[in-house]
Design a protein around this ligand. Structure first.
Ligand code: ZN
Length: 339
């Protein structure tokens, strides 16, 4: 028999779903600020999966992914527990900002402290109340403002469970990425909680392909963890694991004209676009430094020398990686330009 699930003093019965508002802090006006979350507690035992979004308050795709996943999960059939937190950084979300009012990046402040700055307190609150209740985590992100990402998973693949989760998610590219200090990923790994980070689309925008792929990916991981029944055996795309990645930077100030797009396979030395000046100085070519797949790209044409323009993932088998991207695009019935 499954016990009630307890979170922050609330109790959720087996087979129940409950929306909670966790008291986080106060505004200057002394109005209370709460973090909304929903717990779906299955009737049968299983993992406790946390899906969270908007740790960077301007990253919206994950919020919609959380919403769509919740609509598909039935507590009567769920094994285990789903904790869904659509907006972690409510301060940033309200202000359409990546940051907190103290200008800190929440994803550099974990695990935080209850005596620290505002960001540090928010981080501590989230770890204490939510992360510590979880056995697995999927953290949903997008590119920063004016930057878009091809749907991709970032994870440390030396953990067998993380590896299985990453493969089953079904994004075309997996970056076996090292951990940043102060990130949610770092704190989860330090507690031996398998964690995936999904990156797709751009801040302050909804991206239909990124949302569709993310919703499908979370549900795939839930099947892999045994929380949902396996779907009818449809051959799934094999994601390609990138060896490393590199940024191509603007080699002069000016206006960027990109001819290469997210998901394109590019060869070392290939021209990705040009940078021009308002009064028509000689265009300067932007060249790929390595062969690979474009997984991140600037979406705004104004650049200063040194600005990151394109993010290229490199692979042992770049042709196969291109095939994974093509298959992914076909499966989602979208065109690459909609990324
Ligand atoms: Zn982010």
């Amino acid at each position: 028999m499954v016990s009630p699930f307890e979170l922050a003093g609330y109790q959720i019965q087996p087979g129940e779903r409950k929306v909670l508002q966790l008291a986080l802090a106060q505004l200057y006006t002394q109005s209370p600020l709460t973090v909304p979350l929903e717990v779906v507690h299955g009737k049968r035992p299983g993992p406790v999966l946390l899906i969270c979004a908007a740790i960077h308050g301007d990253e919206l795709n994950g919020i919609e992914i959380v919403n769509q996943v919740l609509a598909k999960v039935n507590p009567a059939r769920l094994k285990g527990t789903l904790i869904a937190v659509p907006v972690v950084n409510v301060f940033g979300f309200i202000h359409k900002s990546r940051y907190l009012p103290d200008r800190r990046d929440l994803n550099r402040c974990f695990p935080g402290s209850d005596k620290g700055s505002l960001a540090s307190r928010v981080a501590h609150f989230f770890v204490d109340k939510v992360v510590n209740k979880s056995t697995h985590i999927i953290d949903l992100h997008t590119g920063a403002i004016h930057r878009s990402n091809l749907p991709q998973i970032r994870a440390q693949l030396d953990c067998v469970v993380t590896h299985a989760m990453a493969l089953s998610f079904g994004a075309p590219v997996i970056l076996d990425a090292s951990i940043r200090d102060g990130s949610l990923r770092a704190v989860a790994e330090s507690r031996n909680i398998p964690v995936l980070l999904y990156e797709a689309g751009e801040a302050l925008r909804f991206d239909a392909a990124a949302i569709k792929a993310g919703t499908r990916g979370v549900l795939n991981v839930m099947r892999t963890l045994g929380m949902l029944n396996a779907s009818s055996a449809k051959a799934r795309m094999l994601p390609m694991i990138a060896k490393s990645s590199t940024w191509v930077r603007a080699n002069q100030d000016g206006l960027l004209h990109l001819s290469a797009h997210l998901g394109d396979r590019v060869a070392k030395g290939q021209q990705l676009g040009t940078i021009t000046a308002p009064l028509g100085a000689e265009p300067s070519p932007v060249l790929a430094l390595k062969s690979g797949i474009i997984i991140g790209s600037l979406t705004m044409p104004l650049v200063n020398e040194g600005d990151a323009v394109c993010h290229i993932a490199t692979f042992d088998a770049v042709k196969e990686a291109e095939h994974s991207v093509e298959q992914f695009v076909d499966e989602l019935a979208i065109t690459p330009q909609t990324f």
